[in-house]
Design a protein around this ligand. Sequence first.
Ligand SMILES: Nc1ncnc2c1ncn2[C@@H]1O[C@H](COP(=O)(O)OP(=O)(O)OP(=O)(O)O)[C@@H](O)[C@H]1O
Ligand SMILES: C[C@@](O)(CCOP(=O)(O)OP(=O)(O)O)CC(=O)O
Length: 352
Amino acid sequence: MAAESGTNWVLTVTAQTPTNIAVIKYWGKRDEDLILPINDSISVTLDPDHLCTTTSVAVSPAFTHDRMWLNGKEVSLSGGRYQNCLRELRSRASDVEDEQKGIKITKKDWEKMHVHIVSYNNFPTAAGLASSAAGLACLVYSLAKLMNVRDDHSRLSAIARQGSGSACRSLYGGFVKWIMGKEENGSDSIAVQLADEKHWDDLVIIIAVVSSRQKETSSTSGMKDTVETSMLIEHRAKVAYTFDAGPNAVLISHNRKAAALLLQRLLFCFPPNSDTDLNSYVIGDKTILKDAGIQNMKDIEALSPPPEIKDNQTQKYRGGVSYFICTRPGRGPVVLTDESRSLINPETGLPK
Ligand SMILES: Nc1ncnc2c1ncn2[C@@H]1O[C@H](COP(=O)(O)OP(=O)(O)OP(=O)(O)O)[C@@H](O)[C@H]1O
Ligand SMILES: C[C@@](O)(CCOP(=O)(O)OP(=O)(O)O)CC(=O)O
């Protein structure tokens, strides 16, 4: 292993992975360890320009153990899910050679080499906006690139699934199905792309962020309780709804015109507090705001009540929503080759 260059080198890879919102939800497992669901699910991958995880991973002979930093804090990698992903990836790693840096890592070396993982979500973590999906997909994707894992995206999706179920769908852009599979070992429980992000270009997704605080019940324990206590769970599969496991509403509009009308109504009912500025109240794809004819706070105050409300008695909930994110279907994971986007210091192998 890198005999020529001693133990000073650090090899890094940085990747960016999107989040996804399910329209047919995964909610309930038939196997808790392998993370095998009780139904197929379908999701839309959201534009990573608005919501994404960026993860840098590094390997160096100088590292003494696997370590991870999430959103600036060191977190433990000892959990079974992280360990399962790391084990699966190591077993599929191939030789890596960087002639310029004089680095050579053989397939066998990966068993004893340690990695550093530095990850950052540009949206609230553990708040019901699928951070575990983008996060675990990015961890698996970036490590697969670092370790030269040659498996295709569907095989990688089966590894990401073992980190967090919904993560398997973040390996693709556009419209994605997680096939529940039948095998006991989970080998056929994989994600596939149904259509790419261009397929329904006009689709607009507006997320009303009511709270970005960490939710009290994780999806993992929430769905476990449902499976254990709900007599109706078996009838649920194929019903679609638009809330994830948190308070934040996700509204999917079939075209931009309908989205502009929807945004007008949302801003009428949920106007911002007077000290908020429009730029931070509606983030993401701001062109929808323009389509809705809203350029400043005065335009919000001047909005008429939704015409479909007959008695015009629509109540306003000022400050009821923290902010809105306007987004659209987006691409799948990418490697970021620009060194300046790396979250890891290439000299020390520690977070920048
Ligand atoms: N970038 C990341 N890298 C690694 N792990 C992450 C990352 N982001 C989130 N996670 C893990 O996912 C957990 C949050 O998962 P959880 O399912 O509870 O919330 P969520 O995915 O944000 O919401 P939901 O599943 O309801 O949409 C975090 O506590 C952390 O363990
Ligand atoms: C409501 C959901 O977002 C639930 C996601 O649950 P997770 O994938 O976070 O759960 P674990 O597999 O236990 O990590 C619905 C969905 O994404 O399909």
